[in-house]
Design a protein around this ligand. Structure first.
Ligand code: AMP
Ligand code: MN
Ligand code: MN
Length: 344
């Protein structure tokens, strides 16, 4: 059985679809510190391009976290494109701003400068969108947009023996926490129904991404949750993860994925924050906020970051303790400004 996405296809911009369909060799880039949405979207774009008889090279400045290795095609990502490659298009997936592509751009400046570009993204904070880009903050995931692009261009979602459908489903499951977040819309569910009909193993993907972890990762979660702090009369919950925690538990930085969503389960907190040491001079911050409360893009935007209203992040060029103090001061200002009807 297949699901008809016809009613949703008018939203697909002609310029973006035309550029992707016309490419002979696309360079497809995802964001640094990649997640299932950016990786799945990039694999989906590659499948579309390849169904048109063309080639795709997939680039991720950071290694693909082991969590995503179960999805077919994850071994295709390279850290660096070939400066002499015959690419004719750059497709940037799930990047709220172009600098999110990361350090690879600095290593190949002329190449990234030269290529015509299509941005496919869903970050509310994105201001880098040009006329041939598709930035839709209503989309739950960039993979939702890529599935519509495929359908619009007549590429069967079954392409690659179900591999494309699985990759796109993974991005949607990741960014909606398996349809639990308020970003899931009727269109998200229609696209997901089409992906499941095309062979995406929804339940297995959800289990892998959210309900299965190496024991070392559970130990890391235990350490970080044990030292959580609640401030501002319960309106802020935060914790920190140091390089020493990774060393003590034998985990990678990527194993912090999911921790912020546990902190965000606090009944009282308007703002949940996880500070992650990233070397001696750099701190990564993840933020989650309650519906109707603090806009997470405003908080992270004050530190050069971005994302979505309920989930956002930033990288601060300061040691963990200093970054934490500055960030908590800003979070307090915003959390204090939230007013809720009493008894709510
Ligand atoms: P995370 O907390 O890492 O799960 O990220 C939550 C959201 O914020 C995602 O949509 C990310 O794309 C976005 N985000 C995370 N880190 C940054 C950053 N340094 N700059 C801009 N956006 C970010
Ligand atoms: Mn992402
Ligand atoms: Mn995303």
């Amino acid at each position: 059985m297949s699901v008809d996405l016809g009613p949703w296809l008018d939203a697909v911009p002609r310029a973006a679809a035309g550029a992707i369909a016309g490419s002979r060799h696309a360079l497809v880039a995802c964001h640094e510190n990649p997640d299932a949405d950016t990786l799945g979207a990039a694999l989906g774009i590659a499948a579309i391009v390849e169904q048109h008889g063309a080639r795709a090279t997939l680039v991720s400045t950071d290694p693909v976290p082991p969590l995503y290795a179960f999805l077919e095609g994850m071994d295709r990502f390279v850290a660096d494109p070939d400066d002499a490659g015959d690419y004719d298009l750059l497709v940037v997936c799930d990047c709220g701003s172009l600098d999110r592509i990361g350090a690879v751009v600095g290593r190949h400046e002329a190449l990234f400068e030269r290529l015509p570009r299509v941005l496919v993204d869903h970050h509310a904070s994105n201001t880098d969108g040009g006329p041939s880009d598709w930035v839709d903050p209503e989309a739950a995931a960039t993979c939702e947009l890529v599935a519509l692009l495929a359908a619009r261009l007549g590429v069967p979602l079954e392409a690659g023996g179900g591999a494309m459908a699985a990759a796109l489903m993974a991005g949607i499951v990741m960014d909606t926490s398996t349809f639990a977040h308020p970003n899931s819309t009727p269109r998200t569910l229609a696209v997901s129904a089409a992906l499941v009909a095309a062979g995406a193993p929804l339940s297995e993907i959800s289990r892998r991404l959210y309900r299965s972890k190496p024991d070392a990762q559970l130990r890391l979660f235990g350490r970080v949750l044990d030292r959580l702090e609640v401030t501002d009369g319960g309106r802020i919950i935060h914790s920190s993860l140091s390089d020493a925690d990774l060393a003590a538990t034998g985990t990678l930085s990527a194993h912090s994925e999911g921790l912020i969503d546990l902190l965000a389960q606090s009944e009282t907190a308007e703002v949940a924050i996880l500070f992650k040491e990233f070397g001696p001079e750099s701190t990564r911050v993840s933020v989650r906020t309650k519906p109707g409360g603090v806009d997470a893009t405003v908080l992270t935007g004050a530190f050069g970051g971005g994302g979505h209203a309920r989930a956002a992040g930033a990288t601060i060029q300061a040691p963990l303790a200093e970054a934490r103090a500055r960030f908590l001061a800003e979070a307090k200002q915003l959390a204090d400004a939230v007013s809720r009807p009493t008894g709510a």
